[in-house]
Write a protein that binds this ligand. Structure first.
Ligand SMILES: Cc1cc2nc3c(=O)[nH]c(=O)nc-3n(C[C@H](O)[C@H](O)[C@H](O)COP(=O)(O)O)c2cc1C
Length: 328
């Protein structure tokens, strides 16, 4: 059930969704270390990236340590986006994804993200410019449209295919919904029928049963999982194995869960430095704790702690049962 995008082979069509402020490098590395699936970078603002690169004259290969990485670009100017795509190609990206899905005012106000679903001429110019700029496969992530009934998904999907886009990911919501309501997987089926390139379904896929239902309803070639992987980075590997007919690796519990959370925590401190890392880690620790007894108290305690060692002690107390704590 793999997907071939140029020279990039995606063995398991299960993608970790790009989520700004969530799927940073430590999270992506953790997901990848658990096996299976494919990861996409957080959205990068094309213009800012080019300016930063010019300032620092960096020629670093940011993506090299994260092979293969699909890098997602946001923006509204074809040439700027093409330049950002080239920069990421030089840095070792495996593919470039373009964001036509972001609903946030700051982004759509600049005619980027989901606003591009309303401007077919500009959308086509951006897609063509980026495809022309790099030898890598270029993919597109979009929504169903701006609002129900506008028919944008089918028009943009056809424009994308004609521009040379190799794969589409469709979040089954309209921009007007932001994240409200439920994702409409059935509407993705019409997109799949309109194009010959692979289509990935996204939105509200958070369990293995939902993977099956979403694929059955949408007819898509794979799934992309976002919020369902928050606090459950193993879900991508489990879904990948499930789709491939391999036994899914078990979700970690007890000492194995603690070890995973600790690994994630240390990686965040290393990435951001301990002062900022302690703050960035809080949301992740809250997600790991969610649904477990005492989660609210744990969250409140960790959110008030500023010393990594104190957080480490809290993690051990919370994620190990009393007997395991005694034995440790
Ligand atoms: C906090 C957050 C940040 C997000 N950032 C991005 C982003 O940078 N690029 C993007 O294409 N989508 C972004 N999304 C949308 C997700 O990729 C995904 O389409 C959406 O959450 C629906 O999938 P889910 O129900 O599996 O979470 C973001 C979503 C969330 C909740």
């Amino acid at each position: 059930m793999g997907i071939q995008l140029g020279s990039l082979t995606i063995e398991d069509p299960v993608f970790l969704a790009p989520m700004s402020g969530v799927t940073d490098r430590p999270f992506r590395r953790l997901v990848r270390s658990l096996g299976g699936g494919m990861v996409v970078s957080e959205m990068i603002a094309s213009g800012e990236m080019i300016r930063a690169a010019a300032r620092s004259r960096r020629t670093s290969t940011d993506c090299a340590a994260e092979q293969p990485l699909i890098v997602q670009l946001a923006g509204c100017d074809p040439e700027t986006m093409a330049a950002a795509a080239r920069l990421n190609a030089d840095r070792g990206a495996a593919a470039i994804d373009i964001n036509f899905g972001c609903p946030v005012k700051k982004v759509v106000g600049k005619l980027a993200g989901a606003a591009l679903m309303c401007d077919e001429t500009l959308a086509a110019r951006i897609l063509e410019a980026v495809v022309r700029a790099v030898d890598l496969p270029v993919t597109l992530k979009m929504r169903l449209g701006w609002e129900p009934g506008d028919g944008a998904a089918l028009r943009i999907a056809r424009i994308a295919e004609a521009a040379g886009i190799r794969m589409l990911t469709v979040h089954g919501r309209y921009r007007s919904q932001f994240y409200a309501g439920t994702a409409d997987w059935a509407a993705i089926r019409a997109v799949k029928a309109a194009v010959g390139i692979p289509v990935i379904a996204n939105g509200d896929v958070a369990t293995l049963a939902a993977v099956d239902r979403c694929l059955a309803v949408s007819g898509a070639d794979g799934v992309m999982i976002g919020r369902g992987a928050q606090g459950r980075p193993w879900l991508i590997a489990r879904a990948a194995a499930h789709l491939a007919g391999r036994p899914p690796p078990p979700a970690p519990e007890g000492a194995a869960l603690l070890a995973l959370v600790e690994r994630h925590y240390e990686a965040l401190l290393a990435e951001y430095g301990w002062e900022r890392g302690v703050r960035v880690a809080r949301k992740h620790l809250g997600w790991y704790a969610a649904g477990r007894p005492g989660a609210a108290g744990f969250r409140a305690a960790v959110n008030a702690l500023t010393e990594p060692d104190a957080v480490r002690q809290s993690l051990r107390r919370f994620f190990l049962s009393p007997t395991e704590t005694l034995a440790a």
